[in-house]
Design a protein around this ligand. Structure first.
Ligand code: 4AZ
Length: 678
């Protein structure tokens, strides 16, 4: 924790100025918001509202059922001079395609782009409501629904707030004005932090969002935070900056259009002679555990923990300064990230030979000749026919379409491109999406509501939560065999289980759908000694209804690639530490896919091809007891989430060199199809 490094807290002075002046006298008409007539008359609608210190509300027409198709509505809000308007949207559910359905909010009474505060569509969870502030005493909110697809709409609460004078936060923190509401347009703030001589200042942003269309985040010509002459904008999951002296000026600027959530920052003083007592000091100023230094992962975010490492005897020194295990050399996986571990790998006796994925050598002339000469088909895996991505030969590396064609492309399924001529690679792709919009939360491992809508909690008789599962469809869940095939035959009786979908807090059941299990199917080859084939599918007694917090995950094709080093997420209510107590709130942890050779070595050969390792060799992050059966999911570039594994076993939890072991879904994909038809 950062608190270890906190030696002194500094003094903070703030200056925050709105440089917009408002002219004109507000003439306000207040309409009685009886919207029932609009349901029968879906025409353009227009309202004039007067904001005061009392909280008042308005809603989109038809709320809370749905707005009429093809509508355009405007709400003009005025407030007394020298005040600003705060509008919160406790419910916000507009079709998730801003090009057709959009709520636009302006710092003026006409819809001018140059005065836009923000434009939003989609659905927001109650934990991340939209909140906007005007920079003066007028605001325009417009709803355009041009798709004809009706959604619930929004409810809004508005009131007057004093024009900002900056935010005087608790000692050690400061934020953009009105945080966590969107900051207003046209503000300039300056914070001067001073700490005792000989100390320096570290500022850590736990939230940083200043995204604006058409902005190059290297230039930040619109809204930005400026520290030591450098401007920062966009979205930053981790931002830690340090001063060069004992004073630091932090400036914040928002221009006249588009705003965002802004930032929350924590600052503290540190001793430059020993900036991170008992920890490693990253170049960016962050402190991390010493064990993470030279462990092969970029923990600092700026690679400073992975450079200048003395590679051990059993390690290879990559061209980019990383150390990698010697056994990852020439294994056809780019472990270094710069390819240097896979260069000069002519392991075949003759340079006229080609090395197959499994290490066999075949003559170069056989590569792309239309025949599978390597056992794994790798000699034919990167050959394109002249006109398309359709492969000449189907191999372990090519995706098979329904019509039998094979596609030479990594993970073509559900990537929003029709790769198969019958488009079967884009079928059944309504999976792996999260209806709610989420802000990235830095630190903290509690999941957000609706963040993992495919996660299920399995309760056994009166024991409460026992295992996790994931939603494959309205009728089928996926879990681990070892949750059901235990020493007790009771665990295999479907009626002893209750499933909870849409759950966040084990003690709350709002928006949760409870379903009994009709049938438990465990894998016929499941081995309770080795945990091989640790997979089960559960048929529900009644179908689930998909909602904002209940949705199915995408299953990967058997050829789907989850490369070593990829960041994925494991979720569950398992114990918070080895031997500890179960979590009440759903937990999430980011883990990395581990190279199979490394996985095999650290597990002393206990993994089979139906297993994969994920976690950190340094330890510290892992699944644990009670997470079993739950999903390991990875986000593909298309934005879709695919399940890579099922939490299965591990030696203890989060121990060094003992990563979590998961059932490998690509190897069990066909079995799932056979059992469920999915
Ligand atoms: C378990 O007992 C368990 N560290 C699940 C995952 C892991 C260890 C144990 C992985 O359910």
């Amino acid at each position: 924790m950062e608190s270890q490094a906190q030696i002194y807290t500094g003094e903070l002075s703030i200056l925050c100025v709105d440089h917009i002046s408002v002219k004109g006298v507000a003439v306000c008409f207040i309409f009685n918001l009886d919207l029932s007539h609009l349901l029968s008359l879906p025409e353009d609608c227009f309202f004039m509202l007067e904001a005061s210190s009392a909280l008042k509300t308005f809603q989109s027409p038809g709320f809370p059922v749905k707005y009429p198709p093809y509508i355009r509505c405007q709400w003009h809000i005025r407030a007394p001079e020298a005040s600003a308007i705060l509008v919160k949207f406790p419910v916000f559910n507009v079709r998730d395609d801003c090009s057709s359905d959009v709520v636009s909010i302006y710092d003026s009474l006409s819809p001018e782009k140059s005065k836009a505060i923000t434009e939003k569509c989609g659905q927001r969870p109650p934990s991340n409501p939209l909140e906007v502030v005007s920079s003066s005493n007028i605001m325009l909110i417009s709803l355009i629904a041009a798709s004809g697809i009706q959604k619930q709409g929004f409810s809004a609460v508005y009131s007057v707030i004093p024009l900002t004078t900056g935010r005087d936060s608790a000692l050690g923190t400061f934020s953009s004005p009105y945080y966590p509401s969107f900051y207003p347009n046209s503000v300039d703030c300056k914070w001067t932090i001073q700490v005792p001589a000989n100390s320096k200042i570290r500022v850590k942003f736990t939230m940083f969002r200043m995204k604006e269309p058409g902005v190059d985040i290297k230039v930040c010509h619109k809204d930005f935070v400026e520290i030591s002459g450098k401007k920062y904008c966009g979205e930053k999951p981790v931002l830690v900056l340090s001063s060069t002296t004992n004073t630091l000026d932090v400036k914040f600027h928002s221009d006249e259009s588009y705003t965002d959530k802004g930032f929350m920052a924590h600052y503290n003083a540190y001793d430059p002679v020993n900036p991170c007592p008992n920890q490693f000091a990253c170049a960016m100023g962050m402190c991390i555990s010493k064990e993470l230094r030279c462990d092969g992962w970029n923990d600092c975010g700026d690679m400073s923990d992975e450079t200048k490492c003395d590679c051990a005897k059993d390690q290879f020194s990559c061209a980019n300064g990383l150390c990698r295990a010697l056994y990852s050399l020439c294994d056809r996986i780019n472990d270094c990230g710069d390819g240097s571990d896979e260069k000069n790998c002519s392991e075949c006796p003759s340079p006229t030979e080609w090395i197959c994925g499994d290490g066999m050598c075949v003559p170069q002339a056989l590569v792309c000749d239309g025949n599978k000469d390597c056992k794994d088909g790798s000699d034919e895996s990167s050959c394109e026919s002249a006109a398309s991505r359709i492969a000449l030969v189907c191999t372990d590396f090519t995706f098979k379409c329904k019509n039998g064609e094979c596609i030479n492309k990594v993970n073509p399924e559900c990537d929003k491109n029709n790769d198969c001529s019958d488009a079967s690679d884009e079928e059944g792709c309504d999976c792996g999406t999260r209806p709610y919009k989420h802000n990235r939360i830095v630190g903290g491992e509690n999941a957000d509501i609706g963040e993992w809508p495919w996660q299920v909690s399995l309760h056994f008789k009166t024991s409460g939560h026992v295992c996790g599962a994931s939603i494959l469809s309205q009728n089928w869940l996926l879990s681990a065999s070892h949750c059901f095939k235990t020493t007790s035959p009771e665990n295999l009786i479907a009626s002893n289980w209750q499933t909870y979908s849409g759950m966040h807090d084990q003690f709350k059941q709002d928006s949760v759908q409870m379903r009994k299990i009709k049938r438990i199917i465990t894998h016929e080859n499941y081995d309770p000694m080795t945990y091989d084939y640790d997979i089960a599918v559960l048929e529900l007694s009644e179908p689930l209804e998909f909602t904002s917090t209940i949705h199915h995950i995408c299953l990967p094709a058997s050829t789907h690639l989850f490369p070593a080093g990829m960041s994925c997420w494991v979720t569950g209510w398992g114990t918070l530490r080895e031997g500890g107590r179960l979590a009440q709130i759903l937990q999430k942890a980011e883990v990395k896919i581990i190279n199979d050779t490394v996985c095999n070595i650290v597990t002393e050969g206990q993994v089979t091809s139906r297993m994969l390792c994920s976690g950190f060799l340094a330890g510290g992050v892992d699944a644990c007891q009670g997470d079993s059966g739950g999903p390991l999911v990875c986000r593909e570039e298309s934005g879709k989430w695919f399940q890579a594994g099922i939490v299965s076993w591990g030696e203890g939890c989060a121990r060094r060199n003992k990563p979590g072991v998961y059932s490998r879904l690509t190897k069990l994909r066909d079995w799932i199809r056979q059992q469920t038809g999915i």
